[in-house]
Design a protein around this ligand. Structure first.
Ligand code: C2E
Ligand code: MG
Ligand code: MG
Length: 334
């Protein structure tokens, strides 16, 4: 295995372009891990999935305990394909509370999958799988259409100044049909582009040349752009200057220990300053208690999202708890 990895440690040229390949290898062995080719390949694939889950460029031997329901990639993939057809997916919405007004006008759409056999499966389990298998493209279209339909329904109910942000995975972001599809949905459901937002991670934007034209097109439509998990994915800040970004979302990992770790507090305050100076909105994610809210309010963070105010909830629950109440709320609730 070491030989394989060392062979790949050097770059090679193709069409006068330099390439690096980092291999990920899943290994199963006859006869312990399977008596026929089908079983061996399935289990090697299972081990490979684990490698990719932990950041790729590594190898892993198959272990029988990997074959639990949720990590069985093959089963999961089959179920996920069916889920799209059988309407087992839904969107939940999590409010972002404006610190100045105490109101929630923007919401993040988060995908939920309730499988008939396995019950609820977390997006952190199936989104990486959907990325690997390419299923993310059709799931992503489903998410965009569902969010647009929901915005239109809320507009019909009289809620016009709301914004719903959807998560766009790296693979979908690079897909040439993304912007035309979003545009067609905005037209189909006759919603304002400003009521839609997208969230992308820094990892999806690492190629400047590819990213700028896509973001510009998104921006031209009038859709707002958030950087999700800000501070965890990219070491260069120069993209902030070049990309038409509207919102920075401070990653949960900084917020979690904001009261215990001086460094997390310092990073959070610095991100808020940075965002303000660049004219961007700053949203803190994963806020779970009052002390965190107070810290963030003192640091002049614009918006707060987290279990303290609300978990992600269904559209009907959101209507009851946030949209209707919004008009009545006079001052901040915390
Ligand atoms: P994300 O976009 O960073 O979403 C935030 C995650 O934090 C959500 O997890 C949310 O439920 C959770 N969260 C919110 N408030 C709190 C809190 O106070 N404490 C803690 N501990 N967690 C909190 P979820 O819904 O499980 O989603 C996980 C990830 O899956 C998302 O991270 C996003 O990257 C991805 N995802 C979810 N829905 C979609 C989707 O429709 N499309 C794509 N491409 N990815 C999605
Ligand atoms: Mg997000
Ligand atoms: Mg996030």
């Amino acid at each position: 295995m070491r030989k394989v990895f060392s062979a790949f440690s050097q770059s090679f040229y193709f069409n006068s372009q330099e390439y690096y390949i980092s291999p990920s290898v899943g290994i199963s062995m006859y006869p312990m891990d399977g008596k026929d080719a089908e079983m061996l390949i399935k289990n090697a694939d299972e081990a490979l999935f684990r490698v990719k889950e932990r950041g790729k460029a590594h190898y892993q031997f198959y272990r029988t305990d990997m074959n639990s329901v949720f990590t069985n990639v093959v089963t999961l993939e089959t179920h996920l394909r069916k889920a799209i057809e059988q309407d087992e997916l839904s969107l939940f919405y999590q409010p972002q509370i404006d610190v100045a007004t105490g109101k929630a006008k923007s919401f993040e759409a988060l995908l939920r999958w309730d499988d008939t056999e396995f019950g609820e499966i977390s997006p952190s389990v199936f989104i990486p799988l959907a990325e690997d298998t390419g299923l993310i493209i059709s799931i992503g279209y489903w998410v965009i259409e569902t969010a647009c339909r929901q915005i239109s329904a809320w507009n019909d109910m009289g809620f016009n100044d709301i914004r719903v942000a959807i998560n766009i995975s790296p693979k979908q972001f690079q897909h040439p049909n993304l912007v035309p599809f979003i545009q067609s949905m905005i037209e189909k459901y006759q919603i304002r582009a400003s009521s839609l937002g997208i969230e992308i991670t820094e990892g999806a934007m690492h190629d400047m040349k590819e990213t700028i034209p896509i973001l510009k097109k998104v921006k031209e439509l009038g859709i707002s752009i958030s950087v999700d998990d800000f501070g965890t994915g990219y070491s260069s800040l120069s993209y902030l200057k070049q990309f038409p970004i509207d919102v920075l979302k401070i990653d949960q990992s900084f917020i979690r220990d904001i009261l215990k770790e001086e460094k997390d507090a310092a990073i959070t305050s610095a991100i808020i300053h940075l965002g303000k100076s660049l004219g961007l909105e700053v949203v803190a994610e994963g806020v779970e208690n009052k002390q965190q809210v107070e810290f963030l309010a003192n640091a002049n963070c614009h918006k707060i999202q987290g279990y303290y105010f609300s978990k992600p909830i269904s559209s009907s629950e959101l209507e009851k708890q946030f949209l209707v109440k919004n008009t009545a709320w006079g001052k901040p609730r915390y």
